[in-house]
Write a protein that binds this ligand. Structure first.
Ligand SMILES: C[S@@+](CC[C@H](N)C(=O)[O-])C[C@H]1O[C@@H](n2cnc3c(N)ncnc32)[C@H](O)[C@@H]1O
Length: 269
């Protein structure tokens, strides 16, 4: 592909919006993600990723592809980006839809049930990924499919599976982890919204989140405690699972309140 000059890159980036990830596209152009470069820096530290050089990596729930392109940059031998849900959403319309529903006090429906917002043919939510893929001359393979419904035998297995910010969006977390186990040759890195529940240290619990109760996002369903996710990984067939980034220090928070945080578990095949 012809290299693009700075102004053209910036114009194409501005046309996509809104972005989820902040991805450096060269010449000082960085996509304006809701996740800022500082967020990415902090997230990467919490993930405790192994050396990806020479490994096969799949990024399940890739969205704009920050972790896909990061794995390529880390010299992974093969990188696959898989997604379908946000890629099918028209986010300009979805943002307006959420505002309208909030103003009128109506419940926010799952985006895939609102025909005007859902377009799995043209994939309006994939424009950012496509632009970054093109500008970065990425060789990452792209799979547009529902991880919960697709044929996993055709997908194969990967040394490292990135499952970042996905599990709490799925209605059936145990089945999801069993499917994750099927595609994991060595390590699955599972990052999730999580909850620290007062008075229940170490209990393997999952909290049900009804519809739009979490972040005004109707695609959230189940939020685990650290032990809830860790022990469910074992139930799903992983041989070992470790919390590598757990709850914040208890003393920093009121003991009587449930405390949301982001959890990272490493699950080994
Ligand atoms: C909160 S975003 C996380 C994006 C990215 N992994 C990150 O950590 O920044 C959740 C992602 O999971 C994807 N996702 C949700 N359900 C999925 C499914 N059944 N199959 C594939 N991807 C899914 C969404 O489309 C979205 O890109």
């Amino acid at each position: 592909m012809e290299p693009l000059d700075r102004a053209t890159k910036q114009r194409l980036v501005d046309e996509v919006g809104p972005w989820h990830h902040s991805i450096g596209l060269g010449d000082g152009v960085v996509t304006p993600g809701g996740k800022t470069p500082a967020h990415h820096h902090d997230d990467l530290r919490r993930l405790h990723l192994p050396d990806l050089a020479g490994k096969s990596v799949i990024d399940i729930g890739a969205w704009d592809g920050y972790y896909t392109f990061m794995a390529e940059g880390a010299r992974a031998s093969r990188v696959v980006a898989l997604d379908h849900y946000v890629w099918s959403i028209d986010f300009k319309k979805a943002t307006q839809y959420v505002l309208d529903r909030q103003r009128s006090g109506q419940r926010i429906q799952s985006f895939h049930t609102v025909p005007d917002l859902w377009n799995p043919i043209d994939l309006p939510g994939k424009r950012g990924f496509d632009l970054a893929h093109r500008v970065l001359n990425s060789r990452a393979e792209v799979v547009v499919d529902d991880f919960m419904a697709m044929d996993l035998a055709a997908l194969g297995a990967f040394d490292v599976v990135l499952f970042l910010g996905v599990i709490y969006h799925l209605e059936e977390p145990l089945r999801a982890l069993r499917r994750l186990r099927q595609v994991t040759r060595d390590l699955a890195v599972i990052e999730s919204e999580a909850v620290l529940l007062p008075g229940r240290p170490g209990r393997p619990l999952w909290q049900f989140v009804d519809a739009d109760q979490l972040n005004d996002d109707p695609s959230n369903w189940w939020v685990p405690t650290a032990e809830g996710l860790r022990s469910m990984c074992l139930a799903a067939g992983f041989s070992r699972a470790e919390v590598v980034s757990g709850p914040p220090e208890r003393s920093r928070f009121r003991r009587s309140r449930a405390m949301p945080y982001r959890l990272v578990v490493h699950a080994f095949s």
